[in-house]
Design a protein around this ligand. Structure first.
Ligand code: UT7
Length: 324
């Protein structure tokens, strides 16, 4: 028997306010046509004043718990991937823990920017395989609208707010790729690329949270190359090929990156979950949001083999192969 970390529930939450591309035309030298053609984004959600990452994350967690038929008391640990925490400390994870009414177990944040959910899932899997937890809530939640420079047209039109969550539970498998659950993970970072995507503030530098800065074209180049590489690594570890994948669930930053990566892997776009048009780039929330929406659309079904892949600031990148 082999222990597997299986997704037993998924949920998401989006702020009510939807902002169409056209809204930016009034304040910046940009156009709906440019944003759509360069990024695939048509609209995004922005959090209301006072609507924090922990509030969005709590609602996504409640939806995932309901989907799994579990209550907060059943959970041993909470891992929250976020780059936009409510406060410098305590962690957003402990705030969500309190909101859920959970007084046992442990909760902590993971910071790997847009790769955050992939990092959190891989680390939650390791905790389950090590026997340190049997049921874990893994949450990605972001309010990137708080770190936008609204005068920088090259970044502020690309990001959005939202949250997604999964319940991960230990179950016994047979040790083959037919098992449900996480089958392989692959994580990377290379801090030499810090200047490509970062926030120009922080606690021990400016004392302010700062604004997002990105060399988009360079990040784009790294993205296609590194996403295809990490996907190849996880699949090779399992002796599988891209033809075995039912659905790619990519980080939703740019439709052109998603398309180019799928093409490099020889996977048709019909097998890719796409939400970037409706959410923009929600950083660590984008993959769990896409999982939840993919399931609701009927595009992700029990037994499907999924490839999750992401790249973000750091640079950080990685992938997870799991059977739903
Ligand atoms: O989530 C973490 C990972 N992040 C990403 O994966 C993002 C990766 N990068 C991208 O998605 C793309 O590089 C962008 C969408 C950011 C930009 O697309 P691009 O095709 O790489 O455009 P570009 O940066 O090469 O800019 C092309 C032109 C520039 O004008 P010039 O220099 O050619 O005259 C920009 O100034 O488009 C201009 N531009 C805009 N024009 C209208 C930049 N932003 C805008 C805008 N509206 N909002």
């Amino acid at each position: 028997m082999t222990t597997r970390a299986v997704v037993t529930g998924v949920g998401h939450h989006l702020p009510e306010r939807v902002v169409a591309n056209a809204e930016f035309e009034a304040m910046l030298d940009t156009s709906d046509a440019w944003i759509r053609s360069r990024s695939g984004i048509e609209r995004r959600h922005f959090a209301a004043e006072g609507e924090t990452s922990s509030i969005l994350g709590t609602k996504a967690a409640e939806a995932a718990l309901a989907d799994a038929g579990r209550s907060a008391d059943d959970i041993d640990a909470i891992l929250v991937a976020t780059s936009t925490p409510d406060l410098t400390f305590p962690s957003t994870a402990t705030m969500i823990q309190a909101e859920l009414g959970m007084t046992g177990g442990y909760a902590f944040d993971i910071q790997a920017v847009c790769t955050g959910f992939v990092y959190a899932l891989a680390n939650a899997n390791a905790l389950i395989l090590a026997g340190q937890a049997r049921r874990i809530l893994v949450i990605g939640t972001e309010t990137f609208s708080r770190i936008m420079d609204w005068k920088d047209r090259s970044t502020c039109v690309l990001f959005g707010d939202g949250a997604g969550a999964v319940v991960l539970e230990a179950q016994e498998g047979t040790g083959t790729t037919a098992d449900r659950g996480i089958l392989a993970t692959d994580l990377h970072s290379d801090g030499r690329f810090r200047e490509l995507l970062y926030v120009d503030g922080g606690v021990s530098t400016t004392g302010r949270s700062g604004h997002l800065r990105m060399q988009g074209r360079e990040v784009f180049r790294h993205a296609v190359e590194k996403l295809a590489e990490t996907a190849e690594t996880t699949l090779a570890e399992l002796g599988l090929s891209s033809g075995d994948i039912d659905r790619i669930v990519p980080h939703q930053a740019n439709l052109r990156i998603i398309r180019a990566t799928a093409q490099k892997m020889g996977i048709p776009l019909e097998r890719v979950i796409l939400t970037v048009q409706d959410h923009g780039n929600t950083s660590a929330a984008s993959i769990p949001l896409a999982l939840s929406i993919g399931k609701a659309r009927g595009q992700i079904r029990r037994g499907n083999l999924l490839l999750l892949e992401a790249i973000g600031g750091g640079l950080t990148w990685g992938s997870v192969v799991l059977r739903w």
